[in-house]
Design a protein around this ligand. Sequence first.
Ligand code: HEM
Length: 393
Amino acid sequence: MLSQETRTIIKSTVPVLEEHGTAITTVFYKNMFEAHPELLNIFNHANQKQGRQQAALANTVYAAAVHIDNLEAILPAIVQISNKHVSLGIKPEHYPIVGEYLLKGIKEVLGDAATDEIIHAWAETYGVIADAFIGVEKDMYENMETQENGWSFFKDFTIARKEKESENITSFYLKPVDGKNVPSYQPGQYISVRMSIPGEQYLFNRQYSLSQAAQEDEFRISVKRDADNDPNGRVSVYLHDEMNVGDRFEVSAPAGEFVLDTEKTTPVAFVSGGVGITPMMSMFETVATLTPERPTAFLHATRNESMHAFDKDIQKSVAAMDNASYKTLYSDQPQGYITHAVLEEYVDITGDVYVCGPVPFMEAMIQQLQALGMKEEQIHFEFFGPAVALQTV
Ligand code: HEM
């Protein structure tokens, strides 16, 4: 239990730390990677360059500290982040390293203002927060290991098939090298891929949504090729240009919380922008297979016909379903957007809607769906990239 004194110090210093947020986290990561360069095999180097992950991790520690009396209240947020952590193979022994360099960052930036008392209070509080994450992650790893054909951390997979879906999206069908089947997963979950790229010092990790309904013997990911000069695009470009059938890389077991509730038979709508279509494919195929009578709408926005992935697959499933509709809009064309009117026409607002795409697209969709009268609990979404803020706090 933290003492009342510690709690008081924490609450009074959170605003100061937030104010110096960028400075502290920049120092924190710089020092941590200097002392532990092996962690660059885990962290996304592009996020580091753009400063996005810096903000996410430290802000979450501060936000959690505010709720230190009742961490239960932010358990959903912890679980969401822990999904990402277990997908990346974060281990308990990593936590003290992050704690040490976060505290050193606070000390370095705040100088004398960070008294021993303050540093001690934060060390104690970080320990409590870290234990909460470690506990949640331990259970997740155990579940992964005990699931049929499951595993924890990474395992070798090979590319069994590579199929172009559109001008810039290609699917990779992946099978375990050990010849085993793959575990079942919930539609909407993702895996991490980990690979070494020739000429690069550290391993690269990326998360990709599984893009088909669960199959016994393979996973499928569908990857958008980023621009050559996009720092975040290193893996996607390598996959598209250099990786072929028979090539191998490591894969972690499915994780993630943005999943379809397969028990429901009430109306459901999928709304995707660009490569945000990938988790929708897994969800939609699952509905088409398990509950084809479920009233279903699929709305997709993409730039033009050549960028349009999975069109035939969706059309085929829609034709075989009892009550499904499908519309795609091309933003290169006039009125090529999913507007309020389009949502009103296709989405049954008594049901659930799943949204995935670039952040501005999602913000617009969520706003419009709310304007149509849908409640928060009916609208499910997942942002790409690191969560910039702890949404439930
Ligand atoms: C991602 C918080 C500890 C490695 C994240 C995210 C948050 C976060 C908010 C973004 C989640 C998302 O993308 O949806 C925390 C907190 C920690 C903690 C509060 C301590 C209590 C650690 C540790 C490690 C770690 C100990 C490993 C040394 C990562 C990595 C990512 C991540 C690699 C993915 C993003 C990237 O690669 O840039 N964490 N984290 N975290 N975390 Fe943690």
